[in-house]
Design a protein. Structure first.
Length: 441
């Protein structure tokens, strides 16, 4: 173990050096600093090299660890003769480094006579919301940040954080860096700001103006499939004009929440270098602003709507015919959300259908569709998805739909955004695997 211990110490030291180099700096800043970038690549190589030199006996004792992935990290850097994918480097720093440090420290603890367990205590730590997202890619979310009042068969909450942009950003934050564009009043609570920043959501684009924040209240029917709107107070949201900070305009991913199509189009026109852009809409815009909406979605790569909206937009009752008509309107990809019945993904050459995740208790479905959207686009951003460069596969899109369903299901487990106060990425991935098992045959 003494020889192995030296290599394990090398891993821990390399992880510490990487975290120190990245502390207080963005991925872009590190990438444009040639000295820092070279040092980061060196330390990543050390981690893989040290892991490769560990004895086979030790690796067999910890067979649950993905040794191949840890070691291949070094090989990708050393042998990337034709260029290194920067997104993989930053994903390794955000995801692989914390994991490598955790297993290395757990091995040393296990070798100590005072160790009580050979398994890492990392699983008992406080939630780390940003341990597994792609720090290189970023997503801009435009929409509403609001307060909601909700009554369901499980109880009532008179005022809680809500809004489409809130739910989308929280869900996406488990996969990629998220930047929000919205407006709130001077009544927006500090604790709600803290929740968003704890998830790494960039709030530079969150405008604060005098007045009250958008408020909505509703009551769900006993079967939770329908709701009655009791109150809608637009307040400061009535005059919302999206303002993008300069840094936001270069983000590669854009999700436009349910706002006026004209505003959605204005935001889209301000973005440079987009890899993927799309959004949501609703029956009000479909019915009363149809031409404006059609001109807007013509420039989108994807559209996320529910089955009723798909039928209204297309004029077709059959969803397969509706999908074909909507794809002819411009978007390359269409996702039709069907609530508890799951979701359907359509492209011109393929179709994918996934059921909903069955929960024993649905506390509050408010925001579930927006969380679906956040999981969908968040996963694609994490993977560095690039529609224009043809970096596309049916498998990735299908997995994005499942991750969307996963995030929507977690949202329903508590009122409002409460589940996101404790949710960890490991739970998300575990539920994804549940989906994989019960949909395979």
């Amino acid at each position: 173990m003494r020889r192995d211990a030296a290599f394990i110490e090398d891993v821990i030291q390399a992880c510490d050096q990487i975290q120190q180099l990245c502390s207080g700096r963005t991925a872009e800043e590190c990438e444009h600093d040639p000295v820092a970038r070279a040092a980061l690549l060196h330390h990543l190589t050390v981690i893989g090299e040290a892991a490769a030199r560990l004895s086979s006996g030790l690796r067999q004792s910890y067979a649950e660890l993905s040794w191949h992935r840890i070691i291949s990290q070094r090989n990708r850097i050393v042998h990337a003769y034709f260029g290194l994918d920067e997104s993989l480097v930053w994903y390794s720093i955000a995801h692989g480094v914390p994991e490598s440090k955790a297993w290395a420290e757990s091995v040393l603890r296990a070798d100590s006579p005072r160790s009580e367990s050979r398994y890492p205590s990392v699983f008992q730590r406080a939630p780390d919301f940003r341990a597994r997202y792609n720090v290189k890619m970023s997503l801009v979310v435009v929409g509403s940040v609001a307060y909601d009042g909700v009554e369901t068969p499980h109880g009532r909450v008179d005022r809680m954080l809500g809004g489409a942009a809130t739910y989308i950003s929280l869900a996406a934050s488990y996969f990629t860096k998220t930047r929000i564009v919205a407006v709130v009043g001077d009544d927006f609570a500090q604790e709600d700001t803290d929740l968003l920043t704890a998830h790494g959501v960039d709030l530079e684009g969150l405008e604060r103006v005098p007045g009250k924040t958008f408020f909505w209240a509703g009551k769900y029917t006993p079967d939770m499939n329908d709701r009655i709107t009791l109150t809608t107070e637009l307040n400061v949201f009535a005059e919302f004009q999206p303002k993008l900070p300069p840094l936001y305009t270069t983000a590669p991913y854009l999700l436009l929440g349910n706002i006026q199509p004209r505003l959605q189009r204005q935001v889209r026109s301000q973005m440079n270098g987009l890899r993927l852009a799309g959004g949501d809409t609703m029956n009000f815009w479909i019915k009363d602003f149809r031409e404006e909406l059609l001109a807007t979605i013509r420039e989108w790569d994807f559209l996320l709507i529910n089955d009723g909206e798909a039928r209204m937009l297309s004029g077709q009752d059959n969803l397969k015919k509706a999908a074909r008509a909507i794809l002819d309107m411009g978007p390359h990809t269409l996702v039709i959300k069907r609530g508890e019945y799951g979701a359907m993904l359509f492209r011109n050459d393929s179709m994918f259908v996934v059921p909903g995740y069955l929960l024993e208790d649905v506390f509050d479905p408010t925001g579930a569709g927006d969380c679906f959207a956040g999981g969908f686009i968040g996963y694609l951003a994490q993977q560095g998805f690039d529609l224009e460069a043809d970096h596309i596969s049916r498998g990735e899109l299908s997995r994005a739909v499942i991750y969307g369903s996963v995030m929507g299901s977690f949202c329903c487990e508590r009122f409002g955004v409460e589940r996101f106060r404790t949710l960890e990425r490991s739970e998300i991935d575990a539920r994804f695997e549940e989906f994989r098992k019960f949909t395979s045959f």
